[in-house]
Design a protein around this ligand. Structure first.
Ligand code: PEP
Ligand code: MN
Length: 360
């Protein structure tokens, strides 16, 4: 990453006021939907119109994009509005077709960034072409793979490059569709402070109600832009219906963002803060797992008590837990009031669970 050449966002022919806003449907569906979305996005600060023409779907048999036909609609968007256009390319053919229809900006999707063969094929197709390319993080949290894709595209002679943080796939259940790992884009930024970073709250959250929270976090981390999916009728969208919002909702969301100055001139402040926050998130996850395991054991105890016709509440046992926990807590500088509150809540929850079992 050290020796790649990067052009600033100003060279993309866009206004650079933060956040650079990219929006449009997950997928181009019909000419009317594409045009109507574009017209309504003109009332927002959107500068780039995104739409998937070829859709990478996890399972076959779902909508896989309208293909080349949709590129004609994107060209109409360019002609009839002031929006620039962007679409995802996953192979050389996509690149040639997108260039033929004068798409302004290309992006490489998360499922493509993971595959160096595919990225190299795209890079070869871009040799000698001057177009901005945005590179999404790979689906697995591997910063080297992300850097590798950026380097391959750069080696093809492209210097208008941005990275998109769209979160990472994981087996564990989280409230996100693709949990963000803020440490990775921060790491990229540390390596190349001049690399613009854009956040994709749509694919991170998978649900519209979390978009504001994640967009705000990206702004607090000083990301340059946001790419957010919008649709004239989100509920009826042919892909990613749950995470899309109308252009009017997008307008409200952007107006609700608080754009703070970096609160200090120090370059290390935000990364340091983020490191602490990631650590807190990790500990909270652990805490949750411990509580889950504790509750499962409580339920087993409930079953035992039921089989043996023993009452749920055995106050001697509870008194001794409380006494022991408060002593252990105080030793660790936690106040007795705090420990008592937490353990009383945990105890109450166990009793509720056991009561449920008794009544089954
Ligand atoms: C998309 O932007 O519609 C898309 C498919 O994204 P990702 O590659 O992040 O899954
Ligand atoms: Mn999508």
């Amino acid at each position: 990453m050290k020796d790649i050449k990067l052009a600033p966002l100003e060279d993309w022919g866009l206004e650079t006021e933060r956040p650079l806003l990219i929006s449009g449907p997950c997928s181009a569906e019909t000419e009317e939907q594409v045009m109507e979305t574009a017209r309504r996005l003109m009332n927002t600060s959107t500068q780039v119109y995104r739409a998937g023409i070829w859709k990478p779907r996890t399972r076959p048999g779902t909508f896989e994009g309208v293909g080349v036909e949709g590129l004609k609609w994107l060209r109409r968007v360019k002609e009839e509005t002031s929006l620039k256009t962007a679409t995802e390319v996953a192979n050389a053919k996509h690149v040639f077709e997108a260039l033929k229809y004068q798409v302004d900006i290309l992006w490489i999707g998360a499922r493509t960034t993971v595959n160096p063969f595919a990225v190299q094929e795209i890079a070869d197709a871009l040799e000698g072409v001057d177009i901005p390319v945005m590179i999404k993080n790979p689906i697995n949290p591997d910063v080297e793979l992300w850097c590798g894709a950026i380097e391959r595209i750069s080696k093809a002679g492209i210097n208008r490059i941005a990275a998109i943080h769209r979160g990472f796939s994981s087996y564990a259940e989280t409230k996100y569709r693709n949990a963000p790992n803020w440490q990775l884009p921060i790491d990229l930024k540390r390596r190349r402070p001049d690399l613009p970073i854009i956040c994709d709250p749509s694919h991170i959250t998978g649900k519209h109600e979390l978009l504001l929270e994640v967009s705000q976090r990206a702004m607090d981390l000083n990301f340059e832009g946001l790419i957010i999916e919008s649709h004239i009728n989100p509920k009826e969208a042919w892909s990613d219906a749950r995470q899309q919002i109308t252009p009017e909702e997008l307008y409200a969301l952007i107006n609700n963002l608080v754009l703070r100055d970096m609160s200090t001139k120090s370059n290390s402040f935000m990364p340091q803060l983020e490191e602490y926050r990631s650590e807190i998130d990790r500990l909270d996850d652990e805490l949750m797992q411990v509580l889950e395991s504790r509750m499962k054991i409580s339920e087993k105890i409930g079953e035992c008590k039921k089989e043996n016709s023993v009452t749920i509440l055995q106050s001697g046992r509870w008194d001794s837990i409380l006494e022991k926990s408060i002593a252990a807590g105080v030793e660790k500088n936690l106040s007795a009031v705090f420990v008592k509150k937490i353990f009383s809540a945990i105890h109450q929850e166990s009793i509720n669970a056991q009561t449920k079992i008794m009544n089954q």
